[in-house]
Design a protein around this ligand. Structure first.
Ligand code: NAP
Length: 399
């Protein structure tokens, strides 16, 4: 059997493992081919045939629609369900009708409540910062709630009218008659499980601090509560492993404990620019997390470089953070780094750390040799511009 199993509350990964791979739309097949080349070479190099990955083709997006008539075929959902861990390229979001977003659907179906985005600088990559090497953060973004829960009504819909009437009658709150309405639910349950995941990650990876990014000064019972529940989880469940910034200020000693602090969301955007090295793990509700992840990615080379994963209690889908870049589809041109680094996260997740380390070191080496795809090459003097597949081959050569 080549399937990952859950045993005694842990993932059990066989030496020959099946992993579903959704190549995706647009440039998805280009970057997927490149990523597979790198993954397979690294597994071979690390384990010399003792371990192996079998990629299971899974369809989603426009390519799935063309072949099966469904944007997210039942077979794909069943495959992910059976295999627990999957990797995917970008998907075209269907315009008008049907599923709002395939990515959101996947997150909801498998309850992938944490969007995890590590953002790290690699020497040689262009950055707008003077000291980009100070950026080494991991964003834990809540994935299921907030204004992204999709509870909203168009301004002229009967539902919006009824909600406006309800608010007026029950709470004496008057909204303009032409107001669209959206809801922002944030629960203690979802906040606490995310914070738990972030702290466990910090402990496992030896990280120094967790910053709660919120706008609780204005949205007191949603983002303010998020902040409170994060602190509560840290104190109640990890009391001996954490210390708050306030306790440090009172003179308590850190004793290599993880520092828990919080910052107001707008301030965070200037903090990551001016004091990048003070931010390690950042935890936030959905919308803040979406913004700060991309802002951080911009500091280290952009979305073509930044990886991501959507993780639940066991289920995990690793994915490139950028879209399908359709104008470059089939040109063997775009940067496969985001998907390759998402694969690095995936190999760490299944405990194949040797593979992850090999790929990351070879990637660093490739950047240092000034070998880049067009997106980064155009920003660097003396860069050697290569195609997507050539970039992957260069990484393999540098292993
Ligand atoms: P996009 O596909 O991310 O592309 C925007 C621009 O970003 C590209 O034109 C290109 O910039 C740059 N870029 C993206 N990926 C790159 C890569 N691998 N290497 C180098 N440069 C890269 O965003 P979009 O045009 O807004 O969206 C296109 C489609 O993707 C839409 O259907 C959208 O819904 C979908 N989408 C899917 C996901 C997902 O599946 N996770 C995420 C976002 C968007 P230059 O033009 O400057 O070269």
């Amino acid at each position: 059997m080549a399937k990952i199993k859950i045993e005694d509350g842990k993932l059990k990964v066989p030496d020959e493992v099946d992993i579903p791979f959704i190549e995706g739309d647009g440039t998805g097949p280009d970057i997927s081919r490149a990523a597979k080349l790198v993954f397979e070479a690294a597994v071979k190099k690390a384990y010399g045939g003792r371990r192996k990955v079998n990629w299971i083709e899974a369809l989603a997006g426009e390519s799935a629609y063309k072949r099966t008539g469904s944007w997210l075929p039942e077979e794909t959902l069943q495959t992910i369900k059976e295999h627990i861990v999957a990797i995917k390229g970008p998907l075209t979001t269907p315009v008008g009708g049907g599923i709002r977003s395939l990515n959101v659907a996947l997150r909801q179906i498998f309850d992938l409540y944490a969007c995890v985005r590590p953002v790290k600088y690699y020497s040689g990559v262009p950055s707008p910062l003077k000291h980009p090497e100070k950026v080494d953060a991991v964003v834990f973004r809540e994935n299921t709630e907030d204004v992204y829960a999709g509870i909203e009504w168009k301004y002229d819909s009967p539902e919006a009218r009824r909600v406006r009437e309800f608010l007026k009658e029950e709470f004496k709150i008057s909204l303009r008659e032409d107001s669209g309405i959206g809801l922002k639910p944030i629960s203690e349950f979802a906040t606490r499980r995310l914070m738990r995941k972030a702290i466990n990650y910090a402990i496992a990876k030896n990280r120094k601090s967790i910053t709660i990014m919120h706008k609780g000064n204005i949205m007191k019972f949603t983002e303010g509560a998020f902040r409170e529940w994060c602190y509560k989880t840290a104190k109640e469940e990890f009391g001996d492993k954490i210390i708050t910034e306030a306790e440090l200020a009172e003179g308590k000693s850190q004793d290599s404990k993880i520092v828990i602090k919080d910052r107001i969301a707008d301030n965070m955007f200037q903090q990551i620019l001016t004091r990048s090295d003070e931010y390690d793990i950042i935890i936030s509700p959905n919308l803040n997390g979406d913004y700060i992840s991309d802002a951080l990615a911009g500091l280290v080379g952009g979305l073509g470089v930044a990886p991501g994963a959507n993780i639940g209690d066991f289920y995990a889908i690793f994915e490139a953070t950028h879209g399908t870049a359709p104008k470059y589809a089939g040109l063997d041109k775009v940067n496969p780094t985001s998907l390759i680094l998402s694969g690095v996260m995936m190999f760490e997740y299944i405990g194949w750390n040797e593979v992850a380390t090999l790929i990351e070191s070879a990637l660093k080496e490739t950047f240092l040799k000034k070998i880049f795809t067009y997106d980064l090459a155009r920003q660097i003097e003396g860069a050697k511009e290569v195609k997507c597949s050539e970039f992957a081959k260069a990484i393999v050569d540098n292993m």
